[in-house]
Design a protein around this ligand. Sequence first.
Ligand SMILES: Cc1cc2nc3c(=O)[nH]c(=O)nc-3n(C[C@H](O)[C@H](O)[C@H](O)COP(=O)(O)OP(=O)(O)OC[C@H]3O[C@@H](n4cnc5c(N)ncnc54)[C@H](O)[C@@H]3O)c2cc1C
Ligand code: FES
Ligand code: FES
Length: 494
Amino acid sequence: MRETVRFVRRGQIVEVGKVDPMTTLLDYLRLTEGSTGTKEGCGEGDCGACTVAIGRSRGGKVVYEPVNACIQLLGMADGTEIVTVEDLADGVTLHPIQQAMVEKHGSQCGFCTPGFVMSLFSLYEGTDGPVGRDEVNDAIAGNLCRCTGYRPIVEAALSACAGPRDDKFRKTAEDMAGILDFITDDRDIFIGDDDRFFAAPASIDGLAALYSRHPDAILVAGATDVGLWITKQLRDLPKIIHLGRVKDLDGIEDTGREVLIGAAATYAGVEPYMRAIDPDLGELFRRIGSKQVRARGTVGGNVANGSPIGDTPPALIVLGATMELRRRDRSRVLAVEDFYIEYGKQNRAAGEFVTGLLIPKLRPDQVFRCYKVTKRFDQDISSVMGAFRFTLDEQGVIQEARIAYGGMAGIPKRAKGAEAALQGAGIRDAAAWSKAFVALRDDFAPMDDHRASANYRAETAHALLGKALLEAAGTPTSRTRLVGRREGYVHAAE
Ligand SMILES: Cc1cc2nc3c(=O)[nH]c(=O)nc-3n(C[C@H](O)[C@H](O)[C@H](O)COP(=O)(O)OP(=O)(O)OC[C@H]3O[C@@H](n4cnc5c(N)ncnc54)[C@H](O)[C@@H]3O)c2cc1C
Ligand code: FES
Ligand code: FES
């Protein structure tokens, strides 16, 4: 058992004991360490002003990912290197990203600048040669600037990343990986006492035992939801169990017929596997939050939180995904769709946790589509999310239709009436389409809130079903995609 959190700052190992479970990484940096270069804006993962880079040892190298320090807990940084904007310059020589921001006039008031610099630092360190505009846009989709405008910032990134990488982080990468390996151990972390603690078990058995002793504890995977309970809802969370150190809980495996995802696998880690199942699925993952959110947020957390507007559950439901839950030493398997009972209520007992998900891949006779409709294209939560899987025979007759929506009910839910109306119909059968549209109206009584009116949601769900059918039918004259085309992302139907 270890009673401290250990990480690396500016080449030195830092060991912190007696940390309150709710201490955020941002508060530690600004209030304890006095590193006020990292800014606090929204406090909820949206503006990117608090972006720092987290380095992890991977195969003898250090891999840096941007995270929102405002919604990360300090304890989650165990075993990592924390890099802030103060650390980038090499003596009086600015880091290439900083230098390019100066030369391209990428900063005015400067409040957002440290966050942009750290997002671009992660891009710079994560690539070896020139990057494209799409890649830069993706890297800064989680950073807001209200005075400079994005063009100079994008140009700074393109120019800094145009040449070979040459900075102090590259030169010391092997040494740093060695230090990170040195501070990583397989001991459980427990800081505090039975009434108030931060714990990070190292094994799944340790997690099961601890959670059964403290079923009232809050499990934290990436904290991209839980972090906001602290900063926005001002909740007191006295008992926190972090899943990020549990051995193999972040594993991802492609077995050929399915993809197995550990509950702590991040969006960033899972995305390529999802893209291989279907380009729409890959694009859905790319559009979840921002790089910062995808670096820490997990599919397990997205499923477990039971949100009616989570993006992955509708897609997982139509793919027929199952999940494994564990309580003490007993495990059970459940279809993802059966996990959701009603708004705020899931099929999960006290002390039970999700260990992983099994996602069947598509068969050659299956067509999959999914669409996320948001107010902004990037870094926004869905108003409506629709996922569709049609199984067709050789004549184009629908053997099975699976349709699920997010944002249409208190839970992610299948459109069983619309599915039944399409069963046995030809994929181009307009009469069956009409019946399905009518049935869809009875499948849901959508909610009315600040994201969208009930009527807008109903109309959108109808339009998305129509679009999925058009694309599945391969209707050659219909242009169904106006935005969201990216290199390497063109569906056969387009
Ligand atoms: C800026 C921003 C943008 C976002 N954009 C999107 C978006 O586009 N689409 C979207 O769907 N979501 C979005 N989210 C919400 C959030 O990122 C996701 O819901 C994410 O998947 C949560 O995963 P996490 O690992 O961070 O969960 P956490 O915050 O760690 O946990 C979430 C909940 O799940 C529980 N939990 C976590 N792991 C387990 C487990 N293994 N077993 C049982 N319970 C568990 C926790 O106790 C908690 O109740 C966004 C959030 C932010 C801050
Ligand atoms: S302060 Fe806005 S993302 Fe953290
Ligand atoms: S420079 Fe002022 S907010 Fe970006």
